[in-house]
Design a protein around this ligand. Structure first.
Ligand code: NAD
Length: 479
């Protein structure tokens, strides 16, 4: 499909520019280089920050909350009109099956609708104080916000972070991932068509160590939203500390689903498996650990195994259950982990379709059993289609295993016992807990973020609007 936007340019101040460098664009389903993207550098980041700053003192800075909401809502409508085109672009860029890319495009539209509708509903407080005073609070934009986005869910992550930032009146500089930046550029074109004033959104694709590092360290940035790995998140936070600006870090996970013997296993099964293989397991909130009460361990392995054996892996365009991994490097990481599973039992695998292109980065989904909770594969984020099943004997042990990693992003509890549901929801170390369901990445309306090495700050839902604004207290003495 022919894109309707320039794929090798940067978008700064409402104008499409060539960048000094170009980077290859690879199709993960075939491994073939199919084009070029811009390789933005510090110079483009400087220009983008300046354009964003100018927008704040221009039309965008003067827009009312209702006007900001209206333009976001319009962007959402245009995204909805282009769902199929956006899905096709994302599927080829990321390698995800078309149905998953379509769901991401619809989620992007939902974020724009949600934050469009919320823009004029963020209110302050009046605070009782001393005699002769009126005190109230105002929510103000930070100013220029930087958004560093990974390759796994570009549309969803742009929607949740840029959508909320624009709703609050910030001007954004977006640095998408070098592996998958096309829908970020498409989004910029759509925003332009919807009438977003120049400079309110700037997009600079480029390498992390070039454009990303320049953005994180830029003294003109007032807030950074980073989604990605723990290692890079720590670098971004250090860079932000030097400028004393707030940071939201959305990092990795090793999210558990805890299944008790009284659970409705039939209802749980699709959630247990899908949350591990969705987007080929390259999901921050993938559920890569399944904890099962020992009395039903073998039954669970058997029933999850049957589903695994039916999983088909192939190119994004074939729209099977699982696509390729994003890159040869990611495949090397995942197969490296599987190489360390010699002491575990491979309970079941999926199957790579016979006609999957030889150059694509395919890994068959693996369901593993027999791991001790401190096994590397049961503790570290693999970021591939691999799930580890761990038995437990009672609630106490379930909590200890579930909380036994350095992460805390999402967790779920499957049980019919209401008291147990509530106890577990309180005790699980995670930013989101699902009871008798699991939402890997879902829920535009639901605040999302981590504890521990999964990061800090919250995006999604109304809560994100507080993160993308700062609170001013006005104390007026009138006698
Ligand atoms: P990554 O950290 O390598 O890259 C993420 C982004 O950071 C990319 O845009 C990249 O170009 C940029 N970057 C790289 N080096 C940089 C630097 N030195 N300074 C500034 N920016 C830099 O992560 P990845 O491998 O692309 O993504 C996978 C990781 O992201 C996993 O750990 C996953 O769990 C996490 N993730 C988390 C969430 C979440 O919401 N919590 C969502 C998606 C992915």
């Amino acid at each position: 499909m022919k894109p309707w936007f320039p794929t090798h340019e940067v978008f700064i101040g409402g104008v499409w520019h060539g960048a000094g460098e170009r980077l290859p664009l690879e199709d993960p389903s075939t491994g073939a280089v199919i084009g070029e993207i811009a390789g933005g550098q510090a110079a483009e980041i400087d220009a983008a920050v300046a354009a964003a700053r100018a927008a704040l003192s221009g039309d965008w800075g003067r827009a009312t909350a209702a006007e900001r909401g209206r333009v976001l809502t319009r962007i959402g409508q245009l995204v909805l009109e282009r769902v199929e085109e956006l899905a096709a672009i994302e599927a080829s860029d990321v390698g995800k099956p078309l149905k998953q890319a379509r769901a991401d495009a619809i989620a992007l539209a939902r974020y724009c609708e949600f934050y469009g509708g919320a823009a004029d509903k963020v209110m302050g407080q009046t605070i009782p104080y001393l005699e002769g005073y009126t005190v109230y609070t105002l929510r103000e934009p930070h100013g220029v916000t930087g958004h560093i986005v990974p390759w796994n869910y570009p549309m969803q992550i742009i929607g949740r972070s840029v959508g909320a930032a624009l709703a609050m009146g910030n001007a954004c500089v977006l640095k998408p991932a070098e592996e998958a930046c096309l829908t970020a550029l498409a989004f910029a074109r759509i925003a332009e068509q919807a009438g977003l004033p120049p400079g309110a959104l700037n997009v600079v694709p480029g390498l992390g160590e070039a454009a990303g590092a320049a953005l994180a360290a830029h003294p003109g940035i007032n807030h950074i939203s980073f989604t990605g790995s723990v290692a890079v998140g720590a670098l971004v936070q250090a860079a932000a500390a030097r400028n004393v600006v707030p940071v939201t870090l959305e990092l990795g996970g090793k999210s558990p689903q805890v299944v008790f013997a009284d659970a409705d296993l039939e209802a749980a099964l699709p959630f247990l498996v899908n949350a591990g293989i969705q987007n080929a397991g390259q999901t921050c909130s993938a559920s890569s650990r399944i904890l099962i009460e020992r009395s039903r361990h073998d039954e669970l392995i058997e029933r999850m195994g049957a589903r695994y054996r039916a999983l088909r892996v192939g190119p994004a365009s074939a729209d099977l259950d699982v696509g390729p991994l994003i890159s040869a490097r990611q495949k090397e990481i995942v197969t490296g982990y599987l190489g360390q599973a010699a002491d575990l039992e491979v309970a079941a695998t999926g199957e790579i379709a016979g006609n999957a292109p030889a150059g694509g980065h395919y890994v068959a989904p693996h369901l593993l059993a027999g791991a001790a909770p401190d096994h590397r594969l049961a503790r570290e984020e693999i970021f591939g289609p691999v799930q580890v099943v761990l038995p437990f004997d009672d609630e106490e042990e379930a909590v200890a295993i579930a909380n036994g990693t350095e992460f805390g992003l999402v967790a779920s509890v499957w049980s019919r016992d209401g008291g147990r549901q509530m106890r577990m929801a309180k005790r699980l170390h995670a930013g989101q807990v699902f009871v008798n369901n699991y939402g890997a990445g879902g829920g535009v309306e639901l605040p999302f973020g981590g504890v521990g090495k999964s990061g800090h700050g919250r995006e999604k839902g109304f809560e994100a609007l507080y993160g993308f604004s700062s609170l001013k207290t006005v104390a007026a003495h009138h006698g």
